[in-house]
Write a protein that binds this ligand. Structure first.
Ligand SMILES: [Zn+2]
Length: 119
């Protein structure tokens, strides 16, 4: 059952920190070249539900492939805590690396597999 809750997340050093309203029942893991390296488990939210609390000046912006996503990583500690993109309907969206979110036990979720490698 979809259940949106408020969470806080950050990079490792804490420079990049955010609040976000998320429904973790839609969690995904992806087999693309970056997600396999990151080991990330993702959940997605409209960008309107995301508030960057700190770290705007500390962030890098990594893009590859079709460059449809902005992978946001901390330039101090290197951790990618979220990515930004756009849904097919044009809605600005964030993908949150659930391993960077407080209060979520990723191992208790059952993330669906997403075949990002073939996209
Ligand atoms: Zn950091």
């Amino acid at each position: 059952m979809p259940e949106t809750m408020s969470y806080s997340g950050s990079c490792h050093c804490g420079a990049v920190a955010f609040d976000v309203d998320l429904d973790v029942s839609g969690a995904l893991k992806c087999n693309c070249s970056i997600c396999t390296r990151l080991g990330a488990v993702w959940a997605f939210a409209p960008k309107a539900s995301f508030k960057l609390k700190s770290g705007a000046a500390e962030q890098g912006d990594y893009q590859f492939g079709k460059k449809s996503l902005h992978h946001r990583f901390c330039t101090r500690c290197g951790i990618e805590s979220y990515a930004e993109g756009t849904m097919p309907d044009g809605t600005p969206t964030v993908g949150i690396n659930l391993r960077c979110v407080e209060g979520i036990d990723v191992d208790k979720l059952s993330p669906k597999d997403w075949d990002g490698r073939s996209q």
